[in-house]
Design a protein around this ligand. Structure first.
Ligand SMILES: *Cc1c(COP(=O)(O)O)cnc(C)c1O
Length: 421
């Protein structure tokens, strides 16, 4: 299997090459050159997520040395549960937040880490991963690469602009993880990382890579949990689910589109977004108009220019085809708060603000459908928003409390390359 750029101006790459590069040379995103037809009868136990994931990924690693290691990679990466929680005879939540940093980004970051460690195994030079974060991504990447041999991580975050708990998840590591609190904005952090790749005084001495969410090794595992969940759901209910995905940069939902391509029993894909609405507007007008992001309560989805839309548009180049492939709905902060409150009152379930965006969309537009709502983070990560709505404390899962009790290792810097290279 080869990977080609969405902009068609770069040579095709093997999966290992695409993982190491991150972005194609022409600035496009890597996508598989085709979607294989998979014979699912080879899966013996649909409940065993790591083995389902390895099975689904095999054809995507055809011809690559990593293919033979997929079972090991998936077992190590996915060492936490991904429960599909059927709360009524037709509504299920797919809980993707039981990993070390309590958000779905652990799935992709841990898979990327297992792949990169193997790709770099016999390389004498260490690999340096630079990552700018506005919150969840940096924590997942730091946790996934902590103590991994031959790899160093530099995490940059905007000082005072991430939540206390998020900051703790970025800074509690030490060792091979360096955390930098940058006196500036998220955009300053991102600019620094991009600039680092253009500086020969850095790249001549350092093998540099990035771990942001456009990396193909984060997308592919996000495809596998839709294969797994849709099949489990289909076996339980005899119905194909509508899958409702709280979306920002659209990496999570890109996985759902790819899962459907390879035969996951999904009826319909729904992108639930917050007040950042380039996607629903695009479906309505046919004009793609990225814009500056708006701050909302579901902050991990505050994306005004979702980069993975390039992959969705590549999959459906014709607008009428794209319009038929999915729907998208926008949810306000007021609706997020209301959903957290009423869901708790009615069922005792506590939702994070992102999952609440999905649940609002379900209640409003799909009340009688067979649905899976994707739960992207644990509510305890966003306690300052959730607790006032439910009127009580959210209990903190042990994965999270363990991190919160650790010492912090962080260096405060000005937005200047020389202060962290
Ligand atoms: C990153 C994130 C999202 C958005 O996912 P995308 O892949 O960017 O669409 C939603 N919820 C949470 C909790 C996240 O961390």
């Amino acid at each position: 299997m080869k990977y080609i750029s969405t902009r068609s101006n770069s040579p095709a790459a093997s999966v290992s090459e695409a993982i190491q590069k991150g972005l194609a040379d022409d600035g496009g995103l890597y996508v598989p050159e085709n979607f294989p037809v998979i014979d699912w009868s080879g899966i013996k136990n649909w409940n065993d997520f790591p083995s389902v994931a390895a099975y689904a990924l095999k054809p995507f690693f055809e011809g690559d040395p990593l293919q033979g290691e997929l079972d090991e990679i998936c077992k190590s990466a996915f060492n936490f549960p991904l429960p599909l929680d059927l709360v009524t005879d037709r509504v299920a939540f797919l809980e993707l937040f039981h990993g070390p940093t309590a958000a779905f980004k652990d799935v992709g970051a841990r898979f990327l880490s297992e792949c990169l460690v193997r790709i770099r195994k016999n390389n004498p030079r260490p690999l340096t991963i630079a990552v700018a974060t506005s919150g969840d991504t940096g924590g997942a990447v730091a946790a996934a690469f902590y103590n991994k041999p031959g790899i160093k991580v530099k995490v940059l975050f905007p000082k005072g602009r991430v939540s206390e708990r998020q900051e703790k998840q970025l800074t509690c590591w030490g060792g091979n993880i360096e955390a930098y609190s940058v006196r500036g904005t998220f955009d300053d952090c991102q600019k620094l990382v991009k600039e680092a790749f253009t500086q020969s005084w850095i790249t001549e001495n350092t093998d540099l890579s990035s771990a942001n969410s456009i990396n193909i090794a984060r997308l592919l595992p996000q495809m596998t949990y839709y294969v797994y969940a849709a099949n489990l759901y289909y076996r339980l209910t005899d119905e194909k689910p509508v899958v409702i995905i709280p979306s920002g940069n659209v990496g999570n939902s890109a996985g759902a589109f790819w899962a459907k391509q390879i035969g996951a029993p999904i009826k319909e894909i729904v992108l639930a977004v917050n007040a950042n609405r380039p996607i629903p507007d695009f479906l309505e007008t046919g004009k793609w108009e990225p814009r500056a992001s708006i701050q909302t309560l579901a902050n991990a989805m505050d994306v005004g220019n979702p980069s993975n839309m390039e992959r969705i548009r590549n999959l459906f180049p014709d607008f009428s085809e794209l319009k038929a492939a999915f729907t998208s709905f926008s949810v306000s902060d007021e609706e997020i708060k209301k959903t957290i409150k009423t869901t708790f009152v009615q069922s005792g379930m506590v939702l994070c603000p992102h999952t609440a965006v999905g649940e609002f969309v379900r209640k409003r537009w799909f009340p009688d459908s067979f649905t899976i709502v994707v739960a992207t983070a644990h509510p305890a990560k966003f306690e300052t928003i959730v607790e006032p709505e439910i009127g009580q404390k959210v209990s903190v899962p042990t994965v999270l409390s363990d991190l919160l009790n650790r010492q912090s290792f962080v260096k405060e810097i000005d937005p200047d390359l020389h202060s962290f290279f």
